[in-house]
Design a binder for this molecule. Structure first.
Ligand SMILES: C[S@@+](CC[C@H](N)C(=O)[O-])C[C@H]1O[C@@H](n2cnc3c(N)ncnc32)[C@H](O)[C@@H]1O
Length: 381
């Protein structure tokens, strides 16, 4: 920024704002929309980009992330493997594996343990040890420009975020609610599990995110869904159109404190008022979901590390419905479990960069108690 002479030329631009804008321009999603500060920075974009290129030549690095490593710290996001979900609506595992082999990658087969994922490097890839449709590449492998990504044959989705749809596992033909659905990664995963046979009612409050979701679902080849720009809390469980909904995926707004950052030292810690507001909404949404009359299986998930948004929410709601719903112990081989704050909390899954090589995440699976007869669960336990 100094080398490009930005602050010297634009004396009215506050240095802190300049830093944020220059970061967005060079390393983030770019500068879009109006704003005086943005216009001032954009005037200098050619010089800023040229200085960044010169810096990389001087430091002998190829990509922007390598500049961060020179500071002695590696951002957590740069240590997590690149997970690639094969979109079985458009292709199959064998074809995707062959494609990457033709691109010069060596395929190591199916991982026997999580340790094998942590030692990946160079041009190698492996099939995930838990999720059959997931391939794993070394950290920092970037496929955003890859042809398979641009045509929707692969979805770039963190492993932890693939757990909710995988664990809900609705059979073909099911009616499913995705209560807080945008931008739709889990909806597209549900559609793949359903092979587009069934019906997903997907709700979201945010019109912009729903627009992104439509584009994404179209690219993924998903067809078995109805989008509703609607508050899930206002959806009437007695409406006949939901009378066959046996499966609900609830992935509500949360603090996002589990999302690892791309910058060393950056954290997303909400203040306690915000945390209480979020937990209040999450409890309401979970209690509302349990009111759908045909419901049999529900997955609750967040990308938060906070007990208040995770175990506390599940426990508070479950206590009011304990005669009807119970927690299911899923993926016994998963190493990181719910915090032991109530009996059975170990049924829940937690995820973190250190223990599961993923973003921080929480998943609880609830099912309706069998009424007298022995029902075999269809969940992947
Ligand atoms: C964590 S994000 C969902 C991510 C999504 N499940 C996915 O996998 O791509 C939470 C979403 O909930 C939406 N939301 C918040 N309150 C809502 C409500 N009352 N009804 C429906 N959607 C809501 C937000 O707009 C946001 O898009």
């Amino acid at each position: 920024m100094m080398a490009a002479g930005l602050l010297q030329s634009e004396r009215k631009l506050p240095p802190t704002l300049a830093k944020v804008l220059v970061y967005d321009l060079l390393f983030g999603k770019g500068l879009h929309g109006g704003g005086h500060g943005k216009a001032l920075v954009l005037k200098h974009q050619a010089r800023l980009r040229a200085e960044l290129a010169r810096l990389k030549v001087r430091k002998k690095v190829n990509c922007n992330e390598d500049l961060l490593e020179l500071t002695g710290e590696t951002a957590p996001a740069l240590q997590i493997p690149r997970y690639v979900r094969v979109n079985t609506l458009k292709t199959c595992m064998d074809d995707v594996v062959d494609f990457f082999k033709r691109q010069g990658y060596s395929y190591l087969g199916r991982a026997a343990s999580m340790e094998e994922l942590s030692s990946l490097s160079g041009k190698c890839f492996i099939q995930d040890s838990h999720l059959p449709d997931l391939l794993v590449f070394p950290p920092r492998t970037d496929f955003h420009e890859n042809q398979l990504y641009t045509v929707g044959h692969i979805i770039l989705q963190d492993k932890a975020s693939c757990l909710p749809a995988f664990l809900l596992n609705p059979p073909l033909g099911s009616h499913v609610i995705d209560a807080c659905a945008a931008p739709g990664n889990k909806t597209s995963h549900l559609a793949a599990i359903l092979k587009n046979k069934g019906q997903i009612f997907a709700f979201d409050l945010d019109a912009k995110r729903l627009t992104t979701m439509s584009t994404m679902l179209m690219r993924a080849g998903a067809t078995c869904y109805q989008l509703a720009h609607q508050d899930f809390l206002a959806a009437d469980p007695g409406d006949p159109k939901y009378s066959n909904v046996k499966y609900i995926l609830l992935d509500p707004s949360c603090s996002g404190s589990g999302m690892v950052s791309r910058l060393p030292g950056e954290t997303r810690t909400p203040n306690s008022d915000r945390l209480q507001d979020l937990a209040g909404f999450q409890r309401k949404a979970l209690a509302h979901a349990l009111r759908f009359p045909a419901l049999q299986h529900l997955v609750y998930s967040t990308c938060s590390l906070h007990q208040e948004e995770n175990e506390d929410v599940v426990w508070a709601v479950l206590q009011q419905h304990s005669l009807v719903f119970r927690l299911v112990k899923v993926l016994p081989s998963w190493p990181h479990r719910g915090l032991p704050i109530f009996p059975g909390a170990e049924c829940c899954l937690r995820a973190s960069p250190a223990e599961t090589l993923t973003n921080g995440f929480f998943v609880a699976v609830l099912e309706k108690q069998p009424a007298g007869n022995d029902r075999t669960s269809s969940l992947p336990v």
